[in-house]
Structures are given as structure tokens and as C-alpha cells.
Design a protein around this ligand. Sequence first.
Ligand code: PMP
Length: 465
Amino acid sequence: MSSPSFFEGNSLAARDAKSLIHSYTNLSQHEKEGPLIIEKGKGIHVFDDSGKEYIEGLAGLWCTSFGFGEQELINAAIEQMQKLPYYHSFASKSTEPGIRLAEKLLDIAPVEFSKAFFVNSGSEANDTVVKLVWYYNNALGRPKKKKIIARMKGYHGVTVAAASMTGLPPLHNDFDLPIQGILHTSCPHYYRFGKDGESEEEFASRMADELEQLILSEGPDTVAAFIAEPIMGAGGVIVPPATYFEKIQAVLKKYDVLMIADEVICGFGRTGQMWGSQTFHIKPDILSCAKALSSAYLPIAAVMVSEDIFRGMVSQSEKHGAFAHGYTYSGHPVPAAVAMRTMELMEERNILEHVRNVSPRFLNRFAALADHPLVGEVRSCGLIGAVELVADKKTKRSFDPKHKAGHLAYLAMQDEGVISRAVAGDNMALCPPLIITESEIDEMFDRFERGLDKAAAMADKENWR
Ligand code: PMP
């Protein structure tokens, strides 16, 4: 087998192929196509090692809310590095950045929470959530009440419990997941799963009925919690149907099942309010957040819990000693200081108001794509959205996966200078840095559309339909 050309010599691309395993990458395709090496970034733009400029239409991985090169965040890291580059939170140790950030999160939370716990990633946050739910129910003397219900197409991360809760087959199939006690209920995607003649509200009622039936068939005394993203991100940017969360929460309340909001993508302004929970009327008992917490400049994530849950934890710890959970880097002072500065900048620069001001342009440009020959559905809210590519608009038939329509559209868009991503099949997502301006939104969509047109031309030429 002859080696692809980028394997030759000592280029960064060749060294990449020889040394790195890439996350969420088709490894055999990568061996043929090689990497895109990003060298620097400024504002909403990144530049590759040939100097080509791109609009980062996905804010990296839905995370760099302040874009690239925000000097205030860089300064916050440097200052904290110089003062105290590391300390931990085991055995009652603490640092000021961790304390300040916990206070800030509790202050801006969508409901009254009692305490915040720090971790390094969204996955760790959600694994922590599972363990907290189990710990809490042990504290209450309910050892059987441990099952957690997640949703098909939900995304909660890749660690063992988080990947189990994620409802996407590639995360389960070859990894021997999900673990026991994690169940999945239906995905509330009206366009795909609504029945003929069923209204959005009726569909939401059916989703809530299904959840109730699942709880009853498992036994309410065995079901501890339900986890959901306000908007499903990696599952295809699925915006919940009207009245969905109100109806779901009524069921949870009836059977004493905790509501967990995974705000890893929606948190910190993405939907035009601080939290997706506020946009979709969710009253969580536990909340996980990450990504835009530090604008992704350093890894940090958090879990917040209600007073009830925290009191349960204290009583369990009283009986059995230390709360035996936590990471070397839980509450690391440097990412905590950067996250604190991120939260301050959100206020100083009125980021929520900015998102609400520019969002109509974003939503209108998305809406205009509904007529595109490849687009089956447009879904958007705040500054997040996606178009679902279909082979047949009328019947909603998807492309045969062998054509890799989403991947090819993504490459065409990249060629046009906008980085998007095909998520959960052929859903082309946009989730730009929150600082994006109206004219930048226009430029992003112009490039996105040119990429879509190229993909449509390819679909016609290759007879994919
Ligand atoms: N939850 C949600 C909603 C996410 O979108 C993600 C990451 N995309 C995660 C959890 C996992 O976060 P991480 O990749 O930081 O582990």
C-alpha cells in the first residue's frame, strides 16, 4: 500500500499522522486525508498553517464564547499562574478563585442551588452527577432508587457513565455500553418523530406519556433521575417541542425523580438567556455546565446541586467519612480565575443583550435556508442552529450514509472558509462565538450557503438521491 503524500517528509501533517490519535475522527479516513492544522485565532476567526482564514462557525466545540485571543482571559490566567499555579480542594483545602467562582455560579444559577462542585470537563461533570444521585439516594436509605433515564440522541459525554447516558449508537456499540441502570426514552424531535396530524403540543404530551410508562414499567422506586440538555446539541441541534419540559417535569415530580439539566452547551448565553433552563422553563435539581464557563480557554466544568441533595450528602458523609469523590484538578485555581473573568466579561460587555440583539439576524439567515434543495428542516434558537440535509424534501428521506453527505458538505464549507460540523448524521450545525456581529453573521452564512450549494451540485452530479 503506498503512503499518502502527507506522510512524506517532516511536515506537521506527516508528524500528526505518525504520532496522534484523533478524537471523534474516522481514523482510516484521517490516514488518507490528514489533519487541518490550526495555527492561530483572532475574534471569530482561526487560521491554518498555510495562512487560510476560517470563520469558526462552531466556536471550536460549541465553547469559545469570547472567540480567540481575548486578552482579558489571557491576563487572568497569567496573573493566577504567577500567584498560585496549582492547588487542590481535597481535605478541606481551598483557594480564592474556586470560592469566588462557586459564589458567582450560585448567584447566576437558574434556580436556587446550594453548592457548586468543580471538575475538568462536561463528561466528568455528568459522571459526577450520576455518582451524586446514587450517593444521595443511599443517604436517604433508598438503595433501589438508582436508575437514570436519558434520551435517545442526547449527548452527555464520553466517560463510562456519561457515554452510557448519551443516546447515540456509536458511543455504545463497540464500547460495551451502556452500563446497567441507564435507560433511554424517546427523542423529542417533532420533524422526525411527530405523527401525521399530531400537533407539537400533542407530540410533547406523547413524549411525557412515554416517559411515565417507562417509569411505571421499571418501578418508580427504582428510578432516580432524568437528564436532558435544554437543546440537544451533538444529537443534531434538536430544539424541544412547545410544552415539552413542562409536561416532562410534571411526570418527574409525580414519581419523585430528580431533574438534571445538562447545560454544557446551552449554559452562559447560548440561547439568549444565561441558561437554556430559563429559555425552556426547566427547574433542575442538579445542573452540569462546562465549555463557555471559561470560554474554553482552560478546562473547567461544574455541577450545582440543590440544598436537599447537599444535605443528603452531608448526612452520608457524617455516617461514612469523607465524600470520596473529586479530581486532582477539581477547582484548579488557574481555570477558576479564567472562568471568573469570563463571567465578569459577560456582564461588563452585556453579552446576553448582545446575543438577543444579533440573534434575529442569525435566525432569519437560518430560516431562509428552508428553501434550499438539500435542506429538510431548519432548527435554531439564540445563537445555535442546524440544517438537516435530506435526499427528498417531500418524504424527508435521509441520504444513504454511504454517500457521507454531511461530511462532504462540511468539507465544502471548510473550503469556503467556514468551519461547521456534521452532527448525528447530516445535520450541519452553527454555534459561533457569542461575540459575533451582524455583518460577521452574514459573512458566515454566505460561506455556509456556498458550501451547501457545492454539496447540492455534488449530490446531483453523483446521483445520490
Ligand atoms: N454534555 C453536553 C451537552 C455536551 O455537548 C458535551 C460535549 N460536547 C458534553 C456533555 C461533554 O463535555 P466534554 O467533551 O467536555 O467532556
